[in-house]
Design a protein around this ligand. Sequence first.
Ligand code: ATP
Ligand code: MG
Ligand code: MG
Ligand code: MG
Length: 357
Amino acid sequence: QKLKVGIIFGGQSSEYEVSLMSCASVIKVMDKSKYEIMPIGINKHGNWKLFLGSIEKIENDTWQSEAIPVLLAPDPKYNCAIEINNGIEKRHYFDVAFPVLHGPRGEDGTVQSIFELMNVPYVSCGVASSAICMDKVFSKKILAQSNLPIVDYKVFYKNELKGKISDIISEIENSIGYPCFVKPANLGSSVGISKVSKRDELSDALFAAAKYDTKILVEKSVDAREIECAVLGNSDPKASLPGEILPSRDFYDYSAKYLDGDKSKLLLPAPLSSDLTTQVQELAIKAFKALDCSGMARVDFLMDKKTEKIYINELNTIPGFTKISMYPKMWETSGLSYKKLIDELICLALERHREKN
Ligand code: ATP
Ligand code: MG
Ligand code: MG
Ligand code: MG
């Protein structure tokens, strides 16, 4: 009997397109002799649809015309996607859910909470951990309280921008200075993020971030090497060999991630001394534990080019899963194939569920 896996893709965040790419590559690599795959898409309006067509249609975003509207119900009786056709209910049961969703309303605990209420095992972190990792301000507070290294930051709210913007600008200049990074607190793929090098650019950057979130973060910029580390496990998590990114642009923005072809370079493993490699791996595991992660997370670091001081930038609980994405690549470099990685993630989801029930 094959294990039925509900792969959830798309979603309402600005990372919808990235999710389609991640999902297509996850489905391609999954062992079809072990798993019966049930892809369920969420369109940009938030409607859930079962899609049993070709992977290409997910990749080029033409999946919706063939998809069947379904509902998920927050009740353990309904561990299935429910199709209602002319008043007749058809249930599509699944054993485990794998949300391949990035950003708010997908990676942030909201979708995870549906699986909790359905009492269905699901891949990656639980509700609170997902929510806190998505929120860069909450995560920084917890990392700081755990004595883990983070860069200096300030928080502002969208409604404060309606007031005297010059007050906010001087507050940032007096505490953070230039260059600085302005980010929406909850998002990913660098959407809404700007690097600001002078006063003229600051208010545009604040308003740009405020398009995506009511909470805005301003961070000190570090002239850094960008190091990432993949963590996998539940109570005894393991860290992969770190990887390094050489962005094709001034920083690793949306274009450098997805639009510049292969102009951004990925170094696997990262060319670090064994001492620095160990430091990164230890910090990755400490951050994973501090934020109560389970299943997986990709921990992103900034390593000061001069001092080699390592800062934890952020954690991603559903990192990119395209065939060139860092999370699966770092595991491949560490000796765990993409296919085995998916098996392991599903095992970890089942294990966590067994322990809770
Ligand atoms: P993703 O989830 O896709 O990794 P994100 O949208 O959550 O990205 P961050 O990882 O916080 O955003 O930042 C995106 C990029 O911006 C980083 O990879 C790095 O290139 C740059 N960056 C962010 N913060 C800083 C900083 N404080 N100093 C220097 N560079 C930074
Ligand atoms: Mg992120
Ligand atoms: Mg992300
Ligand atoms: Mg990042």
